[in-house]
Design a protein around this ligand. Structure first.
Ligand code: HEM
Length: 612
């Protein structure tokens, strides 16, 4: 699924996040600014030991996993480090340590940590302990069988213990503490970093700063090994003799490229950097460079050379960051050879153009990530509004209308066009994925169900059609027929039920979100027909789209004449016509009402049972 598709309340990202950020203890902490110039860079977040204990104790009580850690003697409580996230959910995870110098109830962060978590110094935010586990690490993949999983976990545990031992040998106290604090989340197999100068504007020279990618990777790994890193997170790395460098994580994988080809529902955005992680460094393309590339598309030789220079990448295992490693020395020689080969390809005009990008960094000793062969296990699906989705064939197998494409065994991936719009197709994929991974199916909002059911018909996806029908049935069964007295009673008991052209709408929980404010509806629209107000206040038809969400049933028709008109006059016939077009979901209820005998005397519950 393309990344840019993950928008909106039903996006997979949202669903994954909900799963990830299971609430433990939420501790409010005031953010204190730490000056990196005085304190140094790459330090963990510091908080008072009492705050750390508060987070851990209650967190441990709430989470069986944490209890196990404590009893095994390797608990975070035993050490003075742990991982924290924002209680409301954050991609970035902080490595935090206790420090008695920090005031209780506060947390000390440098500017990079504040930026990563979008926090302001002086403000109070709620933090919670980051819970590990495969999904908590940010990768969501098809579950292996539990036996396989256990074996895998044991292996990971052994590897982790071994790696921790190595880290300890490195006499890096920081790494040791952090390793002890985690119950081994998914380790990263590889990670991509984009490099630029931290203070590009201060770099007035025309020459791009030359950075030895090996030294940079070593500095980065020393600083970040055994930390959880997330895509789009920033890290500032320092190499003696060079200005500080800003690294942005652009990709993080917990599966190898081959494993990714096989996995269903793999959406990884963070994981733990270990000595086994392969780190790829690349230079960021400056705006000026992009413009230059766009301006000279015909200059084939030059643009090829520019691309080669800009895409200098470094592949280096974190373990190889040990300067004495024979593998590193061999690799360095090879890289120097490769880099020299690159340089000979760069013609002088290109070199000067790259150098002219004053914000630029030139990476030396770099090799490229191996280009992946074009995938053949996908179907290229184009929606009726022109969007493209490369979808794994095995995910599409239940869509029997696409059987031919799914079974295609040609050298290139097949292409299909579906008469389904992008957003609906995105939801359909979420459904397919949940079904394939035997996860809880998404609870689609009522107003998406018709489109989804049609999409199910289009693609021959029977399970989706049945699921939509089932959801509609549940909704339908929950609907009622209410008397005016029922509505008045509900409002008197603190609920906020509206009457709109005979529909009963329960807007109570949504009131704080109402764009017109929370006060106006209870002040003007209770116990009356609010159609006129609705027409008056809502210039757009956006408000119509929400109605299905609040619809709990119909007012018994006999009571309609007794309901006062809000706004002292009826709505226009034009408004009513439009409103009824947008509220076709009422039809089954109206049909049910039309069939029943009129009720003359109504009391609480009577109308409901009459309809039933
Ligand atoms: C189910 C019931 C309602 C929904 C879903 C709803 C939805 C909305 C939405 C989406 C807007 C944004 C602007 C627009 O669409 O034009 C809005 C604005 C507003 N609504 Fe409602 N509304 C509801 C009921 C009411 C009622 C009963 C009243 C009045 C008693 C009201 C008063 C207003 C006002 C004053 C604004 C601000 C208009 C402006 O800034 O121009 N709304 N509402």
């Amino acid at each position: 699924m393309p990344k840019h598709k993950k928008k909106g309340p039903l996006s997979l990202q949202g669903a994954v996040k909900k799963q990830l950020f299971k609430s433990g203890v939420e501790l409010p902490l005031k953010v204190l600014h730490r000056d990196p110039a005085a304190a140094g860079r790459g330090l963990p977040a510091y908080l008072h030991p009492s705050s750390l204990q508060q987070l851990l104790h209650d967190g441990a009580a709430a989470e069986p996993q944490a209890q196990e850690q404590q009893s095994s003697g390797s608990s975070a409580a035993g050490s003075s480090a742990l991982f924290l996230q924002l209680a409301s959910g954050s991609d970035c995870v902080l490595h935090a340590r206790a420090c008695a110098d920090v005031a209780p109830g506060s947390i000390q962060l440098d500017e990079v940590q504040q930026a990563n978590l979008r926090l302001c110094a002086g403000e109070v935010y709620k933090f919670s302990v980051f819970q590990h586990g495969s999904s908590a690490a940010g990768a969501d993949v098809a579950a292996a069988s539990s036996e396989e999983e256990d074996q895998q976990q044991q292996q990971q545990q052994q590897q982790a213990e071994q790696s921790m031992q190595e880290a300890a040998d490195d006499s890096n106290e920081e790494m040791e503490d952090a390793a002890a604090a985690v119950d081994m989340p998914f380790e990263l197999t590889d990670l991509d970093c984009e490099v630029r100068l931290l203070h590009a504007q201060q770099q007035q020279q025309q020459q791009a700063v030359q950075v030895d990618a090996v030294a940079l990777t070593r500095a980065f790994c020393k600083q970040c090994c055994w930390r959880v890193l997330a895509v789009n997170e920033y890290v500032v790395a320092e190499i003696p003799g060079l200005p500080p460098l800003l690294l942005r994580i652009t990709a993080a994988n917990t599966l190898t490229a081959e494993e990714q080809q096989e996995a269903l529902g793999y959406h990884c955005f963070r994981g733990l950097l270990t000595p086994d992680t392969t780190v790829y460094m690349t230079t960021a393309l400056s705006q000026q460079q992009q413009q230059q590339q766009q301006q000279q598309p015909g200059d084939v030789a030059d643009s090829a050379a520019v691309t080669a220079t800009q895409q200098q990448l470094l592949q280096l295992s974190v373990a190889d960051a040990n300067p004495n490693s024979a593998a590193l020395q061999q690799q360095q020689q090879q890289q120097q050879h490769d880099a020299a080969a690159h340089v000979t390809k760069v013609t002088p005009p290109v070199q000067s153009r790259v150098a002219a990008a004053a914000a630029g960094v030139q990476l030396l000793n770099a090799v490229s990530r191996a280009a992946a062969p074009p995938a053949t296990n996908v179907v290229h699906v184009y929606t009726n509004d022109g969007e493209w989705f490369p979808v794994k064939k095995k995910l599409l197998r239940p869509c029997i209308a696409l059987t031919k494409a799914v079974r295609d065994s040609g050298d290139s991936a097949p292409t299909v066009h579906v008469d389904v719009d992008t957003l609906t197709f995105d939801r359909l994929l979420i459904f397919l994925e949940a079904q394939a991974l035997q996860r809880q199916l998404p609870g689609f909002a009522i107003h998406y169900l018709d489109d989804l059911q049609r999409a199910g018909e289009q693609l021959g996806l029977r399970s989706l059609q049945e699921y939509c029908a089932h959801l509609k049935g549940i909704r339908q069964a929950a609907l009622g027929v209410y008397s005016f007295a029922d509505v008045q009673r509900a409002n008197a008991s603190g609920k906020v039920w509206l009457l709109l052209d005979g529909m009963v709408l329960d807007v109570g929980r949504w009131l704080p979100e109402h764009p017109g404010g929370a006060a106006i509806i209870p002040a003007q629209s209770l116990n009356c027909d609010c159609s006129r107000f609705f027409e008056m206040y809502h210039a757009s038809r956006e408000s119509f789209l929400y109605i299905a969400e609040f619809y709990i049933g119909e007012l018994v028709p006999e009571d309609l004449p007794h309901v006062p008109l809000g706004g002292k006059q009826p709505p226009s016939s034009d408004f009513l016509m439009q409103l009824r077009e947008y509220t076709a979901f009422r039809q089954p209820m109206l049909a049910q009402l039309a069939q029943r005998a009129p009720v003359t005397h109504l009391g609480a519950g009577k109308a409901r049972s009459a309809a039933a």
